[in-house]
Design a protein around this ligand. Structure first.
Ligand SMILES: [Zn+2]
Length: 284
């Protein structure tokens, strides 16, 4: 039986060992992204996995702001990107050459870029090579580099729904017990099958894996699709282009049409909007 999971992020921890984890499920939020694009299957699957990873990383946003996870690639598919804010409001996009025959998607020679932008404070960016084309391994490498914490990621997607599972060692005075527990807990997680992660309720999944451990499950938080585009933001972007260039474009075709590449929302600016775009010129 296929059951549809709610879009949610749930944290769990182990009472007796210094390990925490997260499970993310994306169903409607993922469908909301797919419905706005015509992604070939391998790209759609990669977008789902990246959204699941981003949702799990959002738990690390302890402030108002945004986290962007990008896979930058050298081939026809140049970019896969997912973003979230601290409330788990996600959007995602893939950039690729639609004229090239769709190829097998490989992350070999790719870079993973994580950008964290607090509303207040400094932007942080970390770049990790995707060794062997393995995005989960790149995420694990990122956490070792940025937080000196061992972690494991599993990202799964069937083109309809996406899910992620992660484990992270918590800072503690390391004992041999902890090292054994980390091996045991991550070894069990590695047995999760895609269908189990996508379809089982979290409690059932955690019980199947860890019925011999004391697992504490925290209240789930919701995940959703939300695009941050707005007429104001686009007006600001057009402002950056400069008044001369913009007024030339408007003279040529009567208006400028802009489609948000994430959500396909359409925005139009014409002659009457020039004073909205360049308010400083109203003084003259
Ligand atoms: Zn948008």
């Amino acid at each position: 039986m296929t059951q549809t999971s709610a879009d949610q992020l749930q944290r769990f921890s182990f009472d007796d060992v210094a390990i925490r984890g997260e499970v993310a499920h994306l169903n409607q939020a993922y469908q909301d992204v797919l419905s706005r694009h015509q992604y070939p299957q391998p790209i759609a699957v990669a977008v789902g996995k990246l959204m699941a990873a981003t949702a799990m990383l959002s738990a690390n946003l302890k402030f108002k702001g945004r986290l962007t996870l990008q896979i930058r690639l050298p081939g026809n598919i140049s970019l896969i990107q997912a973003e979230t804010d601290e409330q788990g409001q996600l959007r995602a996009i893939a950039r690729y050459d639609e004229n090239q025959p769709s190829e097998e998607l490989s992350f070999e020679d790719g870079q993973m870029v994580i950008t964290i932008e607090p509303d207040q404070g400094q932007r942080y960016q970390g770049i990790t090579l995707i060794e062997g084309g393995d995005v989960a391994a790149a995420l694990e490498e990122y956490f070792v580099q940025s937080e000196q914490l061992a972690s494991r990621f599993w990202l799964m997607c069937d083109g309809q729904q996406a899910a992620g599972f992660m484990l992270q060692q918590l800072p503690s005075k390391r004992t041999d017990d902890d090292i054994d527990a980390w091996d045991r807990v991550s070894h069990l997680a590695a047995t999760i099958k895609q269908q189990e992660l996508l379809e089982l309720a979290n409690e059932e999944l955690l019980h199947r894996l860890y019925h011999e451990e004391n697992v504490r499950v925290y209240p789930a938080s919701s995940l959703s699709f939300h695009c941050t585009c707005s007429r104001d933001r686009l007006a600001n972007a057009l402002h950056q282009v400069g008044k001369t260039a913009i007024s030339e474009m408007i003279e040529e075709s009567g208006h400028i049409d802009v489609n948000c590449e994430f959500c396909q929302q359409h925005y139009r600016f014409d002659e009457t909007d020039m004073s909205e775009l360049f308010p400083e010129n109203n003084l003259h």
